[in-house]
Design a protein around this ligand. Structure first.
Ligand code: ZN
Ligand code: ZN
Length: 413
């Protein structure tokens, strides 16, 4: 199946999920885990969100392929209106700003993938891996120690400037108003002349003439006025947004340097994949209700203040602050620009937050695009286990360190 249609199906189910529906079928098990954590947080806070993703007409819709045997990573993106509405006890609280975004969605394919058959650890029911995304279909037990392909691994949105579809709609109205005005003037002049001169012929002649003239000049003047209006609003909008996103624009300048630095360690490093990963890590840390023994976070700072966050939106960039290698461990420091929606003391507020983060990873191994923290293979006994909250294989006791396989956050503030 092509990535664009997987994405579109995924987002239909994503909207349904926030409406109380099941986890989207194409969500990778890591992503599904995050969605479930987010749902739990929202339930705990008594907040209901409605996600809206409206397609923009004459849109940008594209896919970048990246091959890394046996995987193909498809980064698809398109323009859309992505919006969230927040409710408490069915009372409307707030809506995220209604601007155009570019939506990025990473989809991972595996060559010659045969759907794995897995068994429920509780009741023994066995079936294809994908049927367990929402828990065991027989007994409901939820576990994530499996993978399947193709799957959606992450997505995020980047804000865009002026919305084009509204300008097109406006131009159609300009012509409509021009014609309307012409008809109005024509009828007026016709009746006036007919009444004054007593001749229908003269009334018609002057009426049509006046109508044509008004239609022509009127449309031109309305068009000029409208263009001026659009120009001014677009300009002020752009200006406001430029000021609003200047930190992100500046941060984006560090992209090239970051890529160059990473390519030295990982020959087929992907910026977009890392971006999705880094954001997924932050979101998982924010929405975890139990941060003790969290394999993805090894920091010292208490993170209890994150318990009131009900949503995290990426503002479109992170600033690379540098990297160092200590022993065989690579340290990457960055600032992640996000918008946090916080529900505290009965009030919903939005905050711009610049999270300083430090991520580490051991340099010994190659990046495995299909890696899942919830389905780690023990190098000693071969068993598959969920490493989110454990530091050793539950079957043979062999110690397990996530930084051998993936990025680990050691600092968030
Ligand atoms: Zn079961
Ligand atoms: Zn083991």
């Amino acid at each position: 199946m092509i990535s664009a249609s997987i994405r579109d199906e995924f987002f239909e189910q994503y909207k349904e999920f926030y409406n109380g529906g099941p986890v989207p079928l194409y969500a990778s098990n890591d992503f599904a885990y995050y969605l479930e954590c987010h749902r739990k947080r929202l339930e705990k806070k008594g907040i209901k969100t409605i996600k809206k993703i409206d397609r923009i007409e004459d849109d940008i819709d594209n896919t970048i392929h990246k091959d890394k045997q046996p995987y193909t990573l498809d980064m698809t993106y398109k323009e859309c209106n992505y919006e969230t509405e927040y409710y408490k006890d069915d009372v409307f609280l707030a809506r995220s700003d209604k601007d155009t975004e570019t939506l990025y969605c990473n989809i991972l394919h595996k060559q010659d993938y045969q759907e794995q058959t897995i068994s429920c650890p509780n009741c023994g029911h066995s079936d294809g891996a994908k049927t367990f995304v929402n828990g065991c279909p027989m007994c409901g037990t939820s576990f994530k120690t499996f993978k399947f392909f193709p799957c959606v691994t992450s997505f995020y949105t980047l804000p865009k400037f002026v919305e084009r579809s509204s300008i097109n709609k406006g131009l159609k109205n300009v012509v409509k108003y021009g014609i309307g005005l012409a008809v109005l003037v024509a009828v007026g002049v016709f009746i006036f002349n007919w009444h004054e001169s007593g001749s229908i012929g003269a009334g018609l002649f002057f009426g049509i003439l006046a109508g044509l003239l008004t239609g022509w000049l009127g449309t031109i003047f309305i068009y000029l006025g409208y263009s001026f209006f659009i120009g001014v609003t677009a300009f002020s909008k752009m200006f406001a947004q430029a000021a609003d996103t200047s930190d992100i624009q500046a941060a984006r300048f560090t992209k090239k340097r970051f890529e160059n630095d990473m390519l030295r360690y990982f020959p087929d490093f992907s910026y977009e994949y890392f971006e999705g990963k880094m954001l997924a890590l932050l979101r998982s840390i924010v929405f975890s209700d139990d941060r003790t023994n969290l394999s993805i976070y090894k920091g010292q700072d208490p993170l209890g203040y994150l318990d009131d966050v009900v949503d995290v939106e990426y503002r479109g960039g992170f600033k690379y602050e540098g990297s160092t290698v200590v022993g065989d461990v690579l340290h990457v420091r960055l600032i992640n620009y996000v918008k946090c929606v916080v529900f505290c003391d009965g009030k919903l507020t939005k905050h711009y937050r610049n999270f300083k983060m430090e991520l580490v990873r051991r340099l010994k191994s190659d990046e495995d695009l299909g890696f899942s923290i919830h389905a780690v293979n023990c190098s000693t006994c071969g068993a598959t286990f969920d490493a989110m909250h454990v530091e050793k294989c539950p079957h043979c006791g062999n110690p397990y360190e996530l930084i051998n396989d993936d990025w680990v956050v050691i600092y968030v503030r």
